[in-house]
Design a protein around this ligand. Structure first.
Ligand code: AGP
Length: 607
């Protein structure tokens, strides 16, 4: 996610903004910039890379007389990381500059209309369209909130934005829709920011802005307006008692927990601009230049591999495309038949995993087409693939991958649906129903999170003595069992194995005893009774069983964890979240370093 800070006060704005951006670095970014107004000039300072590159730019000029301005750290979603694509973006006349966090879904249409009016664009970003729209409105009215209101009524998508204008030196305007923005109230100075850490050293008095509220700040005053009626609003002030560090996690104790709890938003963001619920159409222009694959070879590591495994049946059932899911480090050394018309799909959150990148390069050397599924824009895999679909999950800070898998599953579901429709395997009504189910998932998941966390805490405490355990499942839940085992291993250091339940009798059941618990995934599907029979084999040997199951169904377990059902394949997202929270709460209870587990790196860039 991008980071925004706006300042109007008595200090040199460049310094305040720079320090604020540093306290937003945890959000992840690939470029940074600021806009300052001094001596009736609009100064734009932007740099690709880290904030120190921006500091070098500032050192080359003397912006320290400005006492108001805006700053931004950019997490690229549209347009590669570069100085041109870095925020702030000026309007066409360069009378204002704007920073944005979010995704403008209809930016292509808006750009086309503006180009037809003779406007040109300096960047490849979706955000720049906002500054042009507001600048255009300002030509008809001198009032900035009014211009913002008129412009934003044409915009679809999510935004938190802040702007400065030559029409109002010493002031900052901001607004939000589906993207966070907070007002900080100081003594002779005021702030707007994406997150509290940006201004916490200066003030603890804040106002949390709601969607469709415009705020106007100067050093001594602030106004909050309804973005459509432009009526003044009375807003409650809140005192923040957090320290900076915990504020960077939005109050969560660990980034992993924050990222698990963000998953409803992540599903929405991954879908953003890519689905039309009414028609059941998926909009994936990233695929337009690629033919319908004859066969898929999915290449990935770790959690990304589990996401690919989970999606295999979707490709086969929805699109009639056979899919082989390969661990990247094996793919490279085990020759396989890849024929013309096949497509290699490289899944990687970081886009830098050495084994996956090597697999991609090998496939390309063999003349194969490769599609990337990545989260980091402009990463190596994204750049070297023949095409890339971004998961738009925002930066994942915790080493243990959680929201990345959730976004990968969402994107893979959209891919399978897109190809299923393109190949004529899925009809309009099937697509509409499936997309409607996916669209309802975030709200359902969001409602279940608090209860899931509470149950996970209880079970983690109860089984914290475990030294080893099984995660059992059948069918499409087997990849989730693998993921549940991986999560527990990597952050609590308890040995865990994901297994297909039918395999237990072929050897592994020899391990089962009262010291060896089994965590079973038991959705209400055609394989449930067979799974329950396998659990009986465990129970009769004294093995404790935790059963993850929809409510009100028969099962025989030591502990039952009930979570609601929703249509397949969305139901898997609920099971995944429960498994993530179980591993998280176990690691917390055992006092492990949750976000930075021993021996692990966030991106494994070595073979
Ligand atoms: C998962 O929690 C681990 N962090 C690890 O397995 C990770 O999924 C794997 O290294 C692949 O990373 P990537 O998605 O960035 O390629």
């Amino acid at each position: 996610m991008c980071g925004i800070i706006g300042y109007a006060g008595h200090r040199p704005a460049a310094t305040v903004i720079l320090e604020g951006l540093k306290r937003l670095e945890y959000r992840g970014y690939d470029s940074a910039g600021m806009a300052l107004i001094q001596n009736k000039e609009l100064n734009l300072l932007r740099a690709k890379g880290k904030i120190r590159e921006l500091e070098d730019k500032i050192a080359q000029c003397d912006p320290y007389h400005a006492t108001s301005g805006i700053g931004h750290t950019r997490w690229a979603t549209h347009g590669l990381p570069s100085e041109e694509n870095a925020h702030p973006h000026p309007d066409y006349e360069q009378k204002l500059a704007l920073v944005h966090n979010g995704i403008i879904e209809n930016h292509s249409l808006l750009k086309r209309d503006l180009r037809e009016q003779g406007y040109s664009f300096r960047s490849d970003t979706d955000s720049e369209v906002l500054s042009h729209l507001i600048g255009l409105e300002l030509e008809h009215c001198w009032d900035i909130p009014r211009a913002m209101s008129a412009a934003l009524q044409k915009v679809e998508g999510s935004y938190a934005l802040a702007l400065v204008s030559l029409n109002g030196e010493g002031q900052v305007w901001a607004t939000r829709h589906s993207s966070p923005l907070i007002l900080g109230l100081g003594q002779g100075e005021n702030f707007v920011a994406s997150d509290i850490p940006a201004f916490l050293p200066y003030t603890r008095e804040v106002i949390f802005l709601e969607d469709n509220e415009i705020v106007q700040v100067s050093s001594s005053k602030y106004r909050v307006l309804d973005a459509w009626s432009l009526k003044d609003l009375d807003k409650e002030k809140v005192h923040i008692s957090w320290d900076v560090q915990s504020a960077q996690k939005s109050g969560y104790r660990h980034f992993m927990l924050k990222e698990i709890m963000e998953q409803p938003r992540v599903i929405q963001d991954c879908m953003s601009g890519r689905v039309d619920l009414a028609s059941g159409q998926t909009v994936l222009p990233e695929l337009d230049h690629l033919p319908l694959p004859r066969r898929l070879h999915v290449v990935a590591c770790g959690t990304s591999y589990h996401a690919g495994l989970w999606a295999r049946n979707l490709f086969q059932e929805w699109a009639g495309i056979p899919a082989e899911i390969e661990i990247a480090s094996e793919f490279r050394y085990n020759p396989r038949i890849i024929q013309d018309g096949d497509l290699v799909l490289a899944i990687s959150q970081s886009g830098e995993t050495a084994d996956t990148l090597a697999g991609l390069r090998q496939a390309k050397q063999q003349g194969q087409q490769v599609l990337g599924l990545c989260n980091v824009l402009g990463s190596s895999i994204a750049r070297e693939a023949d095409g890339v679909v971004y998961t738009q999950a925002g930066p994942e800070i915790s080493v243990a991958s959680t929201k990345a898998m959730c976004s990968q599953m969402t994107a893979l579901l959209l891919l399978a649906l897109h190809w299923g429709r393109k190949g004529g395997k899925l009809g309009d009504s099937d697509c509409r129903d499936l997309l409607q189910g996916l669209n309802e998932l975030p709200e359902l998941l969001d409602a279940e999170l608090p209860g899931m966390r509470e149950k996970a805490q209880k079970l983690a405490r109860k089984y914290s003595w475990s030294r080893s355990c099984f995660f059992l499942a059948r069918g499409t839940y087997f990849p989730l069992a693998l993921e549940g085992a991986l999560k527990l291993k990597e952050i609590s250091y308890i040995h865990a194995e994901g297994y297909t339940a039918g395999e237990m009798k072929h050897g592994p059941i020899a391990l089962v005893d009262p010291e060896f618990p089994t965590f079973a995934l038991a959705p209400d599907n055609g394989l449930r009774n067979k799974l329950l029979a396998n659990l009986q084999e465990v129970r009769t040997r004294g093995g404790p069983v935790i059963c993850l199951t929809p409510p009100g169904l028969e099962q025989d377990a030591n502990d039952v964890w009930e979570i609601p059902s929703c249509p397949e394949p969305m139901n898997g997202f609920l099971f995944l979240t429960a498994l993530q929270l179980f591993a998280y709460e176990m690691a917390v209870y055992l006092g492990k370093d949750v976000d930075q587990p021993r021996n692990l790196a966030k991106s494994v860039t070595v073979e």
